[in-house]
Design a protein around this ligand. Sequence first.
Ligand code: UDX
Length: 490
Amino acid sequence: MGSGQKTWGTPHHVLIFPFPFQGHITPMLKLAEVLSLSGIRVTFLNTHHNHRRLLSSPGVGARLASRPGLRLRSIPDGLPEDNPRGLTEATEIIAAFDATAPPLYRDLLSSGGADHDGAPPVTCVVADGLLRFAVDVAEEMGVPIFAFRTCSSSSFWAFHCIPKLIETGVMPFQDGCDLDEPVACVLGTESFLRRRDLPSFCRTKDSDDPNIRFLMDLTENSTRYRGVVFNSAEFAESIVLSHIRGKVRSTYPIGPLHGLLQAVEHSTGAVGDGGGDGIPSSDSTSLWQEDRACMEWLDARPTASVVYVSFGSVVPLGKEQLLELWHGLVNSGYHFLWVVRPDMIVDGGVPAVVAAGREERGFLAEWAPQQEVLGHPAVGCFLTHSGWNSTLEGMWAGVPMVCWPFVSDQLITSRFVSEVWRIGVDIKDTCDRAVVEKAVREVMAGERSAQMRAAAASISKTARESVEVGGSAFKNLERLIRDIIKSINS
Ligand code: UDX
């Protein structure tokens, strides 16, 4: 990496273990690729279900096979193959995985992999912070472990502040409490945060909510790791990161990881075969088949004329919500490209009005090559659920956003988009066609549009600088690699 030294001849072998959701697999697989290009041997541990889906995307298997010292392994997730695996099933997924994975993970740590392919034993783990058993088993086996958090640092910090939120009476939420009341104990007295911007789990009325206990438990666990890796960046969350630094052993903000991977590919000469915005076309980490016809549709549209609409990999939509969003988009007068996953509409399929009207203004895709879409010149606005990966991808591309956050960290991220980075409009807690129309118009051509576009262009430039050699993400990566190597002997 920094020194250009390769370490495959040495016993460094990192196991990377994500929570089995797309939003977790994507950044952690990028980290696996970055480490492998930096000379560290890596095993990426997926579930059988997701492993199969990942490798069915064209070009992905070949790309991953070409990464030096990277091997893919998978274990069952404990659910029948045809079991749905969306947000609604999250508790079921966690329970099944908690019951199934620990012995297999323990075996992998003790044998270095059951297939005896000559790889040295695993010497260090980077595990998703949501996998509680990962740190228990690693400690028991004496294997150093780092946590990877896929959420924004601000939501990680908000979870850390839950005891203070309870102490100061902000939580649990009382009936009729003022959602617009500023909350001072998370980021300080000048806080722009309101009660409604806290991660959605904080909205509980139950002082003994199991989700809250789970989150507090995860946060307390953070001190057990050698450090916490964030797919975040100093330029975006420096104040929050400075709060976190006193609470965990080390922090490694190395995001946006898709950008860092590109920079490492360039610095090591491992550049792919070319795609939109310099991203290799086989850069995908998608579990769904990407509909590439949408790229041709975009090619035929003028610059900054299209609204790209995507709510990530797990958000479910009710038919009513879909219709409000649809009418808002149609009424805005702009063309739009909308990702409607096959499992997305909870109470039936795509309504007839949407199916019939799509040719007129909108292109519906079941799954799109999102990073390429955002990098396409025709895209002028991103209507997003403010998932952390999507937010970073939007920032990287310099595309201003309309934020319709749905759950968890998305609620705090959307506030940062509108109030801190000033690159978009936050419409949380409303799903009304008039509001959607107004927000889209505001971002596309309203009074503040030019300001938002300029801020988005500036943050994109800063993000790109941060991943280059000498930039903050690149330096944090070098420190992470040094600490992984050091951890073997300490
Ligand atoms: C979730 C949370 O929202 C996120 O904040 C958390 O930290 C990780 O898990 P998800 O809801 O799926 O993830 O959203 P997001 O984080 O934005 O990740 C979605 C990923 O899917 C993005 O990398 C996006 O590029 C990709 N995607 C989405 C596609 O490649 N194509 C699509 O059509 C839609």
